[in-house]
Design a protein around this ligand. Structure first.
Ligand code: FES
Length: 410
């Protein structure tokens, strides 16, 4: 498995910002998700950032995506370091990802790896001509045509060391190459002789196949005899093979009613139902104990929770607006009708506030660092509940950051 480390500081750019075109594209991706669920756009945004940066993700791009989505930097770093589709160091013009998982390994990935090592040196280095770099990754989902590599966006399958070397020669020379199987297999058809589904009566050359026609004919002829036999056989099996009723899996039977998070959000409700949140909390709660023991355990082993944000708004009935939920949690901070002197502060300089939450704060009349710096704990609780960011404003110390920014501006 590949090492997943950020590139050395010397190779990291000083900053990163999406081009206007890519920023537009990113906004379109984010808009696909319900309010409060913008983090779901993290993978497409990282992918676009990598593409814009010449095929690899620098630290500043990871942070820019986090800020855009209002996520802590570490959460986005976790995503970027988990998926090998994100290159964390500069890559060659052709970035080769070699699958080394069992099916490919059994079919010759070891030999491909040796060939890459011999031609390009160790994984993770760009060849001196800037053309290639390579990395061993886990299954890329083309196991049926193993062994295989992914080069930039394309898959090359059924490889041998010789065909891989020729492929690289062609790519480097700018000659056209064939993607997919290198031995002419179509899709994932058998490699050698066909030895399954050989009964021609099952296949008449059409996509539907003779088997289906046979059923259609049977039904068309109203073959009562066949149906009776099937019914008798089913009855006999039921007697001998009694099974318990389908277990409930601990939840109510499904119904046709549409009640998905996106539906709820578009109806102005919270994406997650309050009773589901409560159920999840109960499921995680430890079994009841002597209160003295519980208190002692909390005192000794767990960090204190912010009293104003714990359970904030839990008693708000399902379907209430964000304002109602926030009102149940704390006190709404006073807002301004417009920025003073028509010069708002850039709230996204407060780490943890991205453009979206910046705009939502503006909608509340919050335009300046000193306004955020003056929030009381109850006002923090209100904004936390309103933005659906429980505990984060405290964790990221927006108030302290805003105070510093207001002070440094004089
Ligand atoms: S094991 Fe190589 S593609 Fe799945």
């Amino acid at each position: 498995m590949a090492n997943r480390r950020l590139a050395p500081a010397a190779e990291q750019p000083q900053d990163f910002a999406f081009t206007p075109e890519n920023a537009d594209w990113a906004r379109g991706q984010i808009a696909k998700y319900p309010e409060g669920r913008q983090a779901s756009a993290v993978i497409p945004l990282l992918w676009k950032a990598q593409e814009q940066n010449g095929g690899w993700l620098p630290q500043k791009a990871i942070e820019a995506v986090a800020d855009e989505l209002g996520m802590p930097h570490i959460r986005v770093l976790e995503v970027a370091t988990f998926y090998t589709m994100f290159a964390l160091e500069p890559v060659g013009r052709f970035w080769i990802q070699l699958c080394g998982t069992v099916p490919c390994d059994c079919c010759g990935a070891k030999e491909l790896k040796a060939a890459l090592h011999e031609r390009l040196g160790p994984a993770g280095h760009v060849s001196p001509d800037g053309n290639f770099s390579w990395l061993e990754v886990e299954c890329l989902g083309a196991c049926c045509n193993a062994p295989m590599v992914q080069i930039n966006q394309d898959y090359y399958e059924d490889l041998t060391p010789e065909s891989l070397n020729k492929l690289m020669d062609d790519l480097a020379a700018g000659r056209p190459v064939k993607v997919g199987s290198q031995i002419g297999r179509v899709s994932s058809e058998p490699k050698d002789a066909v030895n399954t589904l050989t009964d021609e009566s099952l296949f008449d050359g059409s996509r539907v196949g003779a088997w289906r026609k046979r059923f259609e004919q049977t039904e068309g002829a109203g073959d009562e005899g066949v149906k009776k036999d099937e019914a008798a056989s089913t009855e006999a099996r039921v007697k001998d093979e009694t099974k318990p009723a389908r277990p409930s899996a601990g939840r109510a039977n499904e119904s046709n009613a549409v009640d998905a998070p996106a539906e709820r959000a578009s109806a102005g409700q919270t994406p997650v139902k309050s009773e589901d949140e409560a159920q999840a909390r109960d499921a995680k709660a430890p079994p009841a104990q002597d209160p003295a023991v519980v208190e002692d355990k909390v005192l000794r082993t767990e960090p204190p929770q912010h009293p104003a944000t714990v359970g904030a708004g839990d008693d708000v009935p399902e379907g209430e607006s964000p304002e109602a939920r926030a009102d149940a949690a704390g006190t709404r901070p006073k807002g301004l009708d417009a920025p003073r002197d028509d010069r708002p502060d850039d709230l996204t300089k407060i780490k943890g506030i991205g453009p979206i939450n910046g705009r939502r704060l503006n909608d509340l009349g919050v335009w300046h660092y000193d306004q955020v710096a003056a929030w009381s704990p109850k006002e923090v609780a209100w904004v936390s509940a309103y933005l659906a960011l429980p505990g984060r404003i405290d964790r990221e110390n927006w108030v302290g950051q805003a105070s510093d920014l207001a002070g440094s501006r004089g």
